[in-house]
Design a protein around this ligand. Structure first.
Ligand SMILES: N[C@@H](CCC[C@H](N)C(=O)O)C(=O)O
Length: 277
């Protein structure tokens, strides 16, 4: 089986072309592929399948040719992956499987249709506007951190660190605890700290993330969108541009009245042939 490895700000994926949806992708196979010592290694798998050929994509087949079948590294599904969508589009373009029309390329996902725009090394995807819906908290190393629940198609909990606690000092080798009544299907937890202004943006935030199904990653695109929406709310703004620095680089999030653009680099690093176990 052919594979490609790619990443967006260090959030890395095994890309599997399966245009006709014939691959028997199982949670065990996904976990084995993502194993960093015994497999190819990755935060997740992106199966590239025609929307018409996947039960979760078929409803959008009239609007997008390709469906992003995203899996976390533990073998669970997620509704949406912002960095994954950007890498997915890079793959479609590099392989000639799709070309933008009128500057944009639609992709079907479990969270609905996203649109991509390509500008050199940068790929931006337009997703739904993040919805802030509840106050909740995470517990990490005995410390309770208040936060905001945000729906970006997938669930997020954004927690600002109190003064005196350094983002770099957080121990994210263990999962933060969260309230399962607010997040019955689990949650991605973002920890944030303010940063110095960046030209051309309205706000600048530092972020680390513990992802549902993938543990700590170097970046999370939907997480960055959630963080940007909370930063704008805290600045009593409804829309704006926020630079979000993650351990793997910088993402730029533009929240508009009705959507959210996530922009950053998306890179393919290797292709090869995989012998399935
Ligand atoms: N890294 C992704 C999010 C992947 C899904 C997430 N772990 C979940 O289970 O919701 C991103 O870039 O958005």
């Amino acid at each position: 089986m052919e594979f490609t490895k790619g990443h967006g700000t260090g959030n890395d994926f095994v890309v599997l072309p399966d245009p006709d949806g014939t691959l028997d992708l199982t949670p065990g196979l996904v976990a084995a592929l993502c194993d960093r010592r015994r497999g190819l290694g990755g935060d997740g798998v992106l199966r590239v399948v025609r929307a018409a050929k996947h039960p979760d994509g078929v409803a959008l087949a009239g609007e997008a040719e390709w469906f992003m079948d995203y899996w976390n590294s533990d073998g669970s599904f997620a509704e949406m992956c912002g960095n994954g969508a950007r890498v997915f589009v890079r793959y479609l373009l590099a392989t000639g499987l799709a070309t933008p029309t009128g500057g944009t390329l639609p992709v079907a996902t479990r969270a609905g249709l996203v649109r991509a725009r390509v500008d050199g090394d940068t790929i931006a995807v337009e997703m739904r506007r993040p919805r802030l819906y509840d106050a909740s908290s995470a517990v990490l190393g005995g410390l309770t951190l208040p936060g905001t629940a945000v729906d970006v198609g997938n669930p997020h909990l954004v927690c600002a660190l109190p003064a005196g606690i350094d983002l770099a000092d957080l121990d994210l080798t263990r999962a933060p605890e969260f309230d399962p009544r607010v997040f019955p299907h689990g949650v991605n937890v973002e920890f944030t700290a303010p940063a110095d202004p960046v030209d051309g943006t309205d706000d600048h935030v530092l972020m680390r993330v513990y992802e549902r199904g993938s543990a700590e990653t170097l970046s999370c695109g939907t997480g960055a969108c959630a963080v940007a929406a909370v930063a704008l709310r805290d600045a009593t703004r409804d829309t704006g541009v926020v630079a979000v620095d993650v351990p793997g680089g910088r993402l730029t999030v533009t929240v508009t009245a009705d959507s959210c653009w996530l922009a950053g680099p998306a890179v393919l690093v290797a292709t090869g042939t995989l012998t399935l176990p």
